[in-house]
Design a protein around this ligand. Structure first.
Ligand code: PMP
Length: 342
């Protein structure tokens, strides 16, 4: 864990030590305490600052990233922001490949932070030459003195959460945590935190939140990589059509799937009921937990991790027209409509 200082020498030193905030109104019908680890308090407004810096520091130590080098990464946006902070402070160039379903706000933010972007089609398989994985791979081969962290398989990703996020959660709950709930994309967050917490107390339940259209839940339950599970969905950051090495299926006790609509409505509900202005996958994480609440007992202490900030989704889940166009709002009155589930 990085030390807390009176004066930080640069923005990277402010990563981590995010607050744990009790949920109140929205969990009135839960039997137990529910705490939120709110990761938008990181300087890049997401949990991914932690792993981005870790991957860069590891690469520097291993001699894979040299002065004047170029970092190339495929990202849903948040890792790109973390890498942008590291690139600026440490003097590297940054190129990000993104899929075209990522929000305009994420792309604008990355450009504002000096990154060069390649926007790639979402609806192509990972091995297609235009996929955001393939484009990053090609650029890495073409550009001399470049480093491609590839967050899906990079051990620095889960390591960052084992070294910082996990210990913070353990300390902030004074070891009382019984359940950890989080959305799963590359798997770095759940695997690093899950491993740390299980080492402290193997009884802690680790629940991963997956998206309809993703392979994780079926693979976890059957060991089968079922291509029939794969179809495109709107939620950003969680679920995959590949099996990243960073998903440690052994530390995960259960996967729950959440629909695009229910995740979007829960994101809006968290803002209005708790004052937490969060990203789309945070609504999904909470909704997944809500779907599982009958498994909880009064003495349980649940921690749900919220990945990023709502400002990256103002044109999406927080935009009534966007919600209506997708049939996510069920009445003309958006405020009442948020609470109606058709
Ligand atoms: N939510 C958001 C918004 C994300 O950007 C990510 C990262 N892909 C996740 C959830 C999932 O986190 P992880 O990659 O650590 O599994």
């Amino acid at each position: 864990m990085r030390p807390i200082k009176k004066v930080y020498d640069n923005i990277l030193e402010t990563i981590g030590h995010t607050p744990m905030i009790r949920l109140n109104e929205i969990v009135k019908d839960f039997p137990c305490e529910v705490l939120a680890k709110v990761e938008y308090f990181n300087p890049g407004n997401s949990v991914k600052d932690r792993m981005a810096l870790q991957m860069i520091e590891n690469a520097e130590k291993e001699g894979k990233l040299k002065p004047g080098g170029t970092i190339i990464e495929c990202t849903s946006g948040n890792t790109g922001m973390g890498l942008a902070l590291a690139a600026i402070v440490k003097g590297y160039k940054l190129i990000c490949t993104l899929s075209d379903k990522q929000s305009k706000e994420k792309m604008d933010v990355l450009r504002a932070m000096g990154a060069e972007l390649y926007v790639c089609p979402t609806n192509v398989p990972p091995e297609h030459p235009d996929s955001y994985y393939s484009v990053a791979d090609r650029l890495h081969k073409e550009i001399p003195n470049s480093y491609y962290p590839y967050q899906y398989d990079n051990p620095g990703n889960a390591q960052a959460h084992y070294d910082s996020t996990g210990p913070e959660i353990w300390e902030q709950t004074e070891g009382r945590i019984t359940h950890f709930v989080v959305g799963v994309g590359t798997g770095g967050t759940i695997s690093g935190v899950g491993k740390y917490l299980k080492e402290k107390n193997p009884d802690i339940q680790i629940w991963g939140i997956d998206s309809y259209g993703s392979v994780f839940k079926k693979y976890h339950e059957t060991g089968e990589f079922d291509e029939k599970e794969i179809y495109s969905y709107i939620t950003e950051g969680i679920g995959e059509d590949i099996l990243p090495k960073n998903v440690d299926f052994d530390v995960i006790d259960y996967f729950e799937k959440v629909s695009d609509k229910d995740g979007a409505l829960a994101t809006r509900e968290l803002a209005k009921k708790e004052g937490l202005f969060l990203g789309y996958s945070c609504g999904s994480a909470f909704q997944g937990l809500r779907q599982l609440k009958d498994r909880l007992k009064p003495e349980d202490v649940v921690v749900v991790l919220f990945h990023d900030h709502g400002s990256r989704y103002v044109g999406k889940v927080f935009n009534d027209d966007w919600m209506r166009d997708r049939g996510f709002l069920t009445t003309e009155n958006s405020t009442a409509g948020d609470l109606v589930r058709a």
